[in-house]
Write a protein that binds this ligand. Structure first.
Ligand code: SAM
Length: 247
């Protein structure tokens, strides 16, 4: 069978497309896109004339069968989403799982992803983190998700829609008012902004100007202090004076 390529596309700045992504998109027989009209603009910008077909959450099962039979027939396919890395809070899982089951080679190109980009610039610990996708929309499930995040001793990263960002950060203030959080807005675009502080400080920033609430957001939450970080003050000052004598 031919190969399925997973091809990340820019999350804002078009220059973030890789040379390999452009070559792959030009060479394959088909591009499966989340929204063909949206992607047409990107492809046109780069002079790519490859045929496209849609693959979104409502037709993924049907399209998967069709694409797998084309791949078995020797036609290469590239999968793209509206922005960033396909399958990361985007369609494609059903297709990739099926390709793996059927022995169709899958090659993923490295590239833009809002969560990873935001995390790397956040100043929060990156050695361990958990990506929550989008939090549940329903209030109760949302609260439960925020409670889980509160307990974690590693960084949390999730996506948020502009219409919910203010309510979400307000809810964070109710669940963990003293925790350090960071929001990354409009990454790689003209008004890229990172705002950090307590949830109340971030709420204040969001409310300072209605444009602050528009655009795309990644939300990150610092880890809960590990139990061994909660040493009594005497122990901490002893540790500090001891460490002064270390090489
Ligand atoms: N697959 C994409 C990726 O790899 O990042 C994510 C797709 S998800 C449907 C869209 C969400 O990603 C947005 O609601 C926002 O939370 C986040 N996002 C996408 N582009 C962004 C950007 N330029 N700045 C900040 N967040 C962004």
């Amino acid at each position: 069978p031919a190969t399925l390529y997973i091809v990340p596309t820019p999350i804002g700045n078009l220059d973030d497309i890789s040379a390999r992504a452009l070559a792959t998109l030009s060479q394959v027989a088909w591009i499966a896109a989340e929204d063909t009209r949206h992607s047409a603009r990107l492809l046109q910008h780069f002079g790519i004339n490859t045929r496209t077909l849609s693959l979104h959450e409502h037709n993924e099962d049907k399209r998967t069968a069709m694409l797998c039979s084309r791949l078995h027939g020797g036609e290469e396919v590239a999968l793209i989403s509206d922005a960033g890395t396909p399958l990361i809070s985007d369609p494609g899982f059903v297709l990739v799982r099926r390709c793996r089951e059927e022995g169709i080679p899958v090659v993923a190109l490295p590239g833009p992803c809002a969560a990873i980009t935001a995390l790397s610039a956040s100043g929060l610990p990156t050695d361990r983190f958990l990506f929550d996708g989008f939090l549940p929309v329903k209030m109760q499930a949302r609260s439960a998700a925020l409670e889980v995040i509160r307990e974690r001793t590693f960084t949390s990263v999730f996506y948020e829609a502009p219409r919910r960002i203010l309510d979400t950060v307000k809810a964070m203030d109710e669940h963990f008012a003293d925790r350090h959080i960071v929001i990354a807005k409009e990454i790689s675009k003209a008004f890229e902004t990172y705002v950090s502080g307590t949830p109340a400080e971030v709420v204040e920033w969001l409310q300072a100007d209605t444009v602050h609430q528009k655009g795309e957001f990644v939300v990150m939450v610092a880890p809960a202090p590990a139990p061994d970080e909660e040493l009594p003050p005497e122990a901490l000052s002893l540790l500090k004076s001891l460490s002064a004598h270390l090489p």
